[in-house]
Write a protein that binds this ligand. Structure first.
Ligand code: NAD
Length: 490
């Protein structure tokens, strides 16, 4: 038997300990409160960081409102230069930042490295779009000049989820910054470290107060949303919290965008190659990028009855070969869930699926041999009825469920049979089937024969309860501005 080296890797944190970044200054929380950050693979402490209170958020908003005036006046080309410089700094520091994310979140190291690159390339792409954020000249009678001027909101509140810590922090602030807003960023409490490290790099590039980082929990998040001076909030997280955000934003009529959960379908047509379908199903689960904790994961496989046995057998083979272990080991495919409470939720979903009569093909428990850590096995269920909770609820973990269909009508009914609508993947070699499905299936993003990497700038967001608004494209940048109409008589 081989023994596993359970020594945690050394990580090199540059952000001052127990600190928030407010107005260009690193300072403790006003309450003195701290939060312990844990390594989920070993259940050992990694760092103590400040736990921001609502008053800390108020301070950050005040700092942002001071900085926003000058930042909005700064030429966009200069703001773009700052974003490009930040991209360079991220790339130079990629190995250190990726290891921090891996130790903090449990994501496999290759996935964390890909997240750093994705963050850096988003900064460059958004920097390049800055000049396209323009108003328009409107048709008007002689003697009248009418145009719109796109102005930043002023202060943007950005609240992130825990599954891509650095990538979400960076991607989330790029569009507000290029459009001239100052930002208050509240990272997820389970994985705050790389947001603080990003802030450490950003203070070398951005004027004080333009980016403030307040790691904290729900109370801090609530204050970001309800502060009357925060005019635009962008939120990534669960549907449940998204509803609360929307309610809290109503008080000040704050503009909100929501990136929420998914229970996404991978749809296999009878003409598909079973090996291709099995590869797509496994890739679509993001086992090796975020341990299955991805809003984009196609966690429901809707397979045509004729192909079901062949595809399920191949998927089970592929899932069986995934190695679960310490995520900084480059030979490991899948790490732990990001925190203990989430592991319990995932196990709860699995237990309920069994109780409700789903057939467990693979996994279903904690892997043996690791001793500790919030690990769960890659898990596969078949004979899943549409009414079962496991067919309806987002697990946000490495659990794939299989449902069968015979007619296209039945397939579309299953695909659209949850309140979610984030992504879908259609696996077929017939263009006709592909286009018919694209017409009938409700989702913000539909792959055909995916999942493949999205071309940079592809708008991303959900329909139904999966969200409000789109990120990544030019529309995202425009959403951080308000058009002001100017009508001049001359
Ligand atoms: P969560 O809703 O528990 O928390 C998200 C963030 O909201 C955290 O920073 C949290 O501190 C904060 N928060 C909690 N209560 C708040 C409140 N009342 N007001 C304001 N902020 C509050 O979500 P999570 O568990 O961190 O993330 C997992 C969920 O996120 C899944 O549902 C997943 O699908 C979704 N997600 C969606 C996308 C997307 O792009 N659509 C991306 C990643 C994750």
């Amino acid at each position: 038997m081989t023994t596993i080296d359970m020594t945690p890797p050394d990580i090199d944190l540059h952000a001052p300990p127990r600190s928030l970044l407010v107005d260009g200054t690193w300072r403790p929380s006003r309450s003195g409160g701290v939060r312990l950050v844990e390594n989920p693979a070993l259940e050992t402490p990694v760092a103590e960081i400040a736990d921001a209170t609502p008053t800390d958020v108020d301070d950050a908003v005040e700092a942002a409102s001071r900085a926003a005036v000058e930042w909005a006046r700064t030429p966009w080309t200069e703001r773009a230069r700052c974003l490009r410089r930040l991209a360079e700094l991220l790339r130079t520091d990629a190995d250190r930042l990726a290891l921090i994310d891996t130790v903090d979140s449990g994501n496999p190291i290759a996935g964390s490295l890909a997240d750093v690159e994705s963050a850096a390339s988003t900064l460059e792409r958004v920097a390049g779009l800055g000049g396209q954020v323009a108003g328009e000249t409107l048709p008007a009678p002689p003697g009248v000049l009418a145009f719109t001027d796109r102005r930043p909101h002023g202060i943007v509140g950005r609240i992130t989820a825990y599954n891509h810590p650095l990538m979400f922090a960076v991607q989330g602030v790029a569009a507000p910054l290029i459009t001239g807003n100052a930002v208050v960023l509240k990272p997820a409490e389970a994985t705050p470290l790389s947001s603080l490290e990003f802030a450490r790099l950003a203070e070398r590039v951005l004027p004080p107060g333009v980016l403030n980082v307040v790691p904290g929990g729900a109370k801090a998040g609530r204050r970001v949303v309800s502060h009357p001076d925060v005019r635009r909030v962008a939120f990534t997280g669960s549907v449940e919290t998204g509803r609360r955000v929307l309610e809290a934003a109503a008080a000040s009529i704050t503009r909100v965008s929501l990136e929420l959960g998914g229970k996404n379908a991978a749809i296999v047509f009878p003409d598909a190659d079973p090996d291709v379908a099995a590869d797509a199903a496994v890739r679509g689960m993001n086992f090796t990028r975020t341990n299955g904790q991805s809003c984009m994961s196609t966690s429901r496989l809707l397979v045509h009855r004729d192909l079901a046995d062949a595809v399920v057998e191949r998927i089970a083979d592929r899932m069986r070969s995934l190695t679960v272990g310490l995520p900084w080991d480059p030979d490991v495919d899948m790490g732990p869930m990001a925190f203990g409470g989430h592991l319990e939720r995932v196990i709860g979903h699995i237990d309920r699926a069994r109780e409700q009569g789903a057939t467990l093909v693979l996994g279903g428990g904690r892997p043996t041999g690791l001793g500790r850590g919030h690990f769960v096995e890659p898990t596969l269920f078949t004979h899943v009825a549409p009414t079962m909770r496991i067919a309806q609820d987002e697990v946000f973990g490495p659990v794939l469920v299989v449902q069968q269909w015979s007619t296209t009508e039945e397939m579309v009914g299953l695909a659209n049979g949850t309140p979610y609508g984030l992504t879908a993947n259609v696996i077929t070699s017939d263009l006709h089937s592909a286009l018919r499905s694209v017409e009938g299936v409700r989702a913000g993003l539909i792959w055909v024969n995916g999942p493949h990497p999205l071309p940079p700038g592809t708008p991303f967001g959900g329909v139904g309860v999966s969200g409000l608004g789109r990120e990544q494209g030019l529309d995202e940048l425009l959403s951080y501005t308000e058009p002001t109409s100017v009508v001049v008589a001359y």
